[in-house]
Write a protein that binds this ligand. Structure first.
Ligand SMILES: [Zn+2]
Length: 257
């Protein structure tokens, strides 16, 4: 049973020139599919091109990442929304707010996030949310724009158990990266241990966040997803096979692959 990496950045310079070997290692390691995310218009177009080139392996998603918020114009937003209707695009994201890095002013981030939510609302594709130390604004903005109960995933979730529960109450879900394998991630491991079977999804967020035991190895790549899957299977007391099947089923359903 192969896995699906629900969040990677194959178009980033660390990975894009080595895709042949990266895909070979996916085949060897049992990674069947990858959702690759573009973080601005050019990158999202590259993601779509890659998905068209490898239709049985790669799916695309795209949006303006909060780090890119300062560069976004009306024309760029319109073009992004047009790209969202391409059938290679399975999800709208990652979009959201990042108050940890603060690469863009917070009010600019909020306004670009709001604009994207307005454009996303009439479309039926799932949302991939990037939220870093910005829970307090991200959640109400999603509710305001009518996303209550709609398919929304907070990717690379690193918040508290209370926050994870609140997201569940809104009908949204979280997904787990290699961060869950880090020894200090005790609260996240507690969340992952009891997270509902039917919502569990995993991702690498490569080229970042290599899981234990390849932590520190740069760049991270989709083949490393097996380490996170194995860790979660042990943590949850299920077989690797069962965890693989469940996460694949959940991911296929969520993104309508
Ligand atoms: Zn990402």
């Amino acid at each position: 049973m192969g896995l699906i990496d629900s969040h990677a950045h194959l178009t980033f310079p660390e990975l894009r020139d080595r895709l042949d070997e990266i895909f070979t290692r996916c085949d060897d390691g049992g990674i069947d599919r990858i959702i690759t995310l573009g973080i601005d218009l050019d990158d999202a177009r590259s993601a779509v091109r890659l998905a068209r080139l490898h239709p049985d392996r790669v799916h695309a998603a795209g949006a303006f990442h909060p780090h890119e918020a300062e560069k976004v114009t009306d024309d760029l937003l319109t073009a992004m929304a047009e790209l969202w209707d391409d059938h290679a695009v399975v999800a709208l994201g990652e979009m959201g707010l990042d108050y940890h890095h603060d690469f863009a002013a917070q009010d600019t981030q909020r306004s670009i996030f709001a604009r994207q939510l307005e454009l996303a609302a009439p479309r039926s594709k799932p949302l991939i949310i990037h939220c870093r130390e910005a829970f307090v604004d991200t959640v109400p903005m999603l509710v305001e724009h009518g996303f209550e109960g709609r398919p929304v995933v907070f990717h690379c979730f690193t918040g508290s158990a209370a926050e994870a529960l609140r997201l569940q109450e809104h009908g949204w879900r979280i997904s787990f990266t290699g961060v869950v394998t880090f020894p200090k991630s005790t609260e996240l491991q507690q969340i992952a241990r009891s997270y509902p079977h039917e919502a569990l999804m995993i991702e690498t967020d490569s080229p970042y966040l290599s899981p234990v035991p390849v932590r520190g190895k740069q760049p991270n790549e989709p083949a490393h997803l097996v380490h996170t899957a194995r860790f979660l299977a042990d943590l949850r007391g299920v077989s690797y096979e069962e965890l693989a099947q469940q996460t694949v089923r959940n991911t296929m359903r969520f993104f309508e692959l």
